[in-house]
Design a protein around this ligand. Structure first.
Ligand SMILES: Cc1ncc(COP(=O)(O)O)c(C=O)c1O
Length: 398
């Protein structure tokens, strides 16, 4: 038997960007490295005891159901909970029939692209944009059109969106209006209305990824674009940042024809999401003051974010710019021109601090002097120490 097999991978793999994340995780998990590179919620905020007792109740009361196969659309009490929270928090009229549970909202990126995007279709994405979306969409071979942020970072530039929608008739416009990953930017109410007006009446769908909408530091919900554009907006959400990513529970809420196709694709992909997780989560949500817990988490993140901002303003070289997040888990720094963020990454790791270079977030290969900093996982003392190390590295490269 010959050991030389020539593995024939599909052509579409050539469209997927080389992932830098493996190297990133490897170096940033070294024990002596303070990492601002990741994107995890703070594990100290997980309510281990609460989830444990919810699990015990599910096993005691409905163990056989929880361990059985289930429907593709997801556990109805959980979908009903999500719909009623849309109503109570945001005044949105959501029907549980148009909501489906997924294995983390990341799964929506794959399945939405699978049902909507043909090779060569145009997809609009923010510049910088969420890397997980760039990677997931790439398998379906779209042409990405990057949308520049407005000066002042109050959202995407409406003129750029208008031009791209008119000229390229994109099938999808993927954006993160609340505390975007990677920039931390939040779209202003005016920009939200303008984006809805531009799309209204076209056949471009908006994909409104709301992974961070519950995590505003001031606790105030921002009105989704979907409110002004209900029949053209696919909205996704997640329990990952508020309760636990390990449960892998997210959802999609979309116009009925989209949900029907999504359901078929989801069934083909994995039959249904983990029912046990869905039932535990539902039980947990029914028995917990979730608003208080989320508020406390946002307080912790706010304090960390503000400390990082102060240190950037005090210690980083002149010519540095940063975003001012209103929530979420990330902020983005633009370093003085000439500083290469890959050098910051490499030198940083040698000096005990890891950052995420910005360029993978730029579909047009820009952002070479930007870095993304995560403020959710590292406590205040380590932020002070890590940011001091980082400022030294940046000064040494200037
Ligand atoms: C903007 C955004 N969307 C979606 C996801 C996927 O999250 P999950 O699959 O855990 O819901 C993430 C994860 O970090 C994210 O940052």
């Amino acid at each position: 038997m010959s050991g030389s097999v020539s593995y024939r991978f599909s052509q579409r793999l050539s469209h997927v960007p080389a992932s830098f994340l493996g190297e990133l995780f490897r170096v940033s998990s070294q024990p002596d490295v303070i990492s601002f590179a990741g994107g995890l919620p703070d594990a100290n905020r997980f309510d281990v005891e609460g989830i444990r007792s919810a699990s015990e109740e599910v096993f005691a009361q409905e163990g056989k159901t929880a361990l059985q196969y289930s429907t593709t659309d997801g556990y109805l009490p959980l979908r009903t909970y999500i719909a009623s929270r849309y109503r109570s928090r945001l005044g949105l009229n959501a029907d549980p029939e148009d909501i489906q549970i997924v294995n983390g909202s990341q799964q929506c990126l794959d399945l939405v692209a699978k049902i909507l995007v043909d090779p060569g279709d145009h997809v609009l994405i923010e510049r910088p944009g969420y890397l997980g979306a760039i990677e997931a969409f790439s398998y379906y071979e779209p042409v990405f059109d990057p949308v520049q942020a407005l000066d002042g970072l109050i959202g995407p530039d409406p003129d750029s969106v208008r031009g791209l929608v008119t000229d390229n008739s994109p099938v999808l416009w993927y954006g993160i209006p609340n505390s975007q990953n990677p920039s931390g930017m939040t779209w202003s109410p005016g920009i939200r209305r303008e984006i809805a007006d531009i799309l209204d009446g076209t056949d471009t769908l908006l994909y409104e990824d709301d992974a961070f909408g519950e995590l505003f530091f001031d606790g105030r919900p921002r009105e989704p674009v979907k409110k002004s554009l209900p029949h053209q907006t696919i909205m996704t959400g997640s329990f990952s940042k508020t309760i636990s990513p390990g449960l892998r529970c997210g959802w999609i809420w979309a116009p009925h024809p989209v949900i029907e196709e999504f359901n078929r694709a989801k069934q083909a992909a994995d039959l249904h999401s983990n029912l046990l997780s869905q039932m535990i989560l539902t039980r947990y949500l029914e028995t917990t003051d979730i608003d208080r817990r989320i508020w406390e988490t946002a307080r912790v993140y706010e304090e960390r974010c503000h400390l990082m901002e102060e240190i950037i303003d005090d210690r980083f070289p002149a010519g540095t710019h940063r975003t001012s997040p209103e929530g979420g888990m990330f902020l983005m720094v633009t370093l003085p021109s000439g500083i290469d963020s890959m050098d910051v990454f490499r030198q940083g790791v040698s000096n005990g601090v890891a950052v995420m270079p910005g360029s993978p977030f730029y579909i047009d290969r820009g952002g070479g002097n930007t870095i993304r900093l995560n403020f959710s996982t590292v406590d205040l003392n380590l932020i002070t120490e890590g940011m001091e190390r980082l400022s030294q590295v940046i000064k040494s490269l200037k």
